[in-house]
Design a protein around this ligand. Structure first.
Ligand code: ZN
Length: 301
């Protein structure tokens, strides 16, 4: 009896997947059209800073897989245009937060380069309001300058508790006007925000189409690892339920993962950028699809 109960709990926490709720629309043709709906050419280069590394059992992040540990990376991306403009996607977190949540290494040089890049960016966006994505924005020493560039959605602004233990500043004093959009929002030529509540109420994905046509999908923690998409398995309940404070809409996340999987089937060249997948990040760097380190320079095509 006890063994059956324990077995049931273990299954519920780590092995059971989710059934999709309402279907999630992810149409690459539509994204291309929206990405091209504003004048100007798309970005030419995408850079990455990897701020911290944490080893986590894979089964926590991809339910029903193995207990071996994988490298969870907190990262920031810089989408650079030929005219020198740039957009920052996600801001990872400062060293104190990283260490508190089990990071075994932290790159202070990367933190400094990210702060400098945030100061010069045309826009700073986050895939969602959790501290390991918005932490850099909340903890940069140049907060007023960074918030002047931040493009946060209404849903993100409405969920400061999602960033805990990090605290939000008084947004009225910072003149932040939240972005309201329905399903898709074109942020810049080639850059489209995709509303995707599920992992958190303020979650969104970001589609980027480079000037040369290469397409990226920044998935945030809808898919923290590439295997969330390839295996169509979401995070385990151990990390998505009230047990850890954050409660995901598991059905919504599952529908999103399935939609991404279908998009990948239709377009195998689509470059998937998971929220924390150290192995996939290194693979993309090795392929030249991400450039390691923020250059901070105006870039000429
Ligand atoms: Zn995360």
């Amino acid at each position: 009896m006890l063994i059956a109960l324990l077995g049931g709990a273990l299954f519920w926490l780590f092995y059971s997947n989710a059934a999709p709720s309402a279907k999630f629309a992810l149409d690459l043709g539509e994204l291309r059209r929206v990405a091209g709906s504003v004048p100007g050419s798309g970005p030419t280069r995408i850079e990455i800073e990897q701020l911290s590394h944490t080893m986590v059992p894979k089964i926590a992040i991809v339910s029903g897989t193995g207990w071996g540990k994988i490298d969870m990376v907190r990262a920031s991306y810089r989408v650079a245009f030929a005219d020198g403009r740039s957009i920052i996607i996600d801001t990872a977190n400062a060293e104190g937060f990283a260490k508190r949540f089990g990071a075994f290494s932290y790159d202070n040089g990367a933190w400094q380069r990210m702060i400098a890049a945030m100061d010069k960016a045309a826009a700073i966006v986050v895939t969602h309001e959790h501290g390991d994505h918005i932490g850099g924005l909340l903890e940069t020493p140049h907060r007023a300058a960074a918030f002047a560039r931040a493009v946060l959605t209404q849903e993100q602004v409405d969920d400061p508790a999602g960033s805990e233990p990090l605290q939000w500043p008084d947004l009225r004093a910072l003149n932040l006007r939240p972005l309201r959009y329905d399903r898709l929002h074109v942020l810049a030529p080639g850059v489209v925000l995709i509303k995707a509540a599920g992992h958190s109420t303020g979650s969104q994905m970001i589609y980027v189409r480079r000037a040369d046509g290469r397409e990226y999908l920044f998935m945030g923690d809808t898919a923290s690892l590439l295997d969330n998409v390839l295996l169509q398995r979401i995070r385990s309940r151990y990390v998505t339920s009230w047990l850890r404070g954050h409660q995901d809409d598991r059905g919504a996340v599952m529908a999103q993962v399935m939609a991404i999987h279908a998009a990948l089937q239709s377009q195998p060249d689509l470059i998937l950028v998971p929220g924390h997948d150290g192995q996939q990040m290194q693979h993309l760097i090795d392929q030249g699809l991400l450039v390691s380190g923020f250059s901070g320079q105006a870039l000429v095509k």
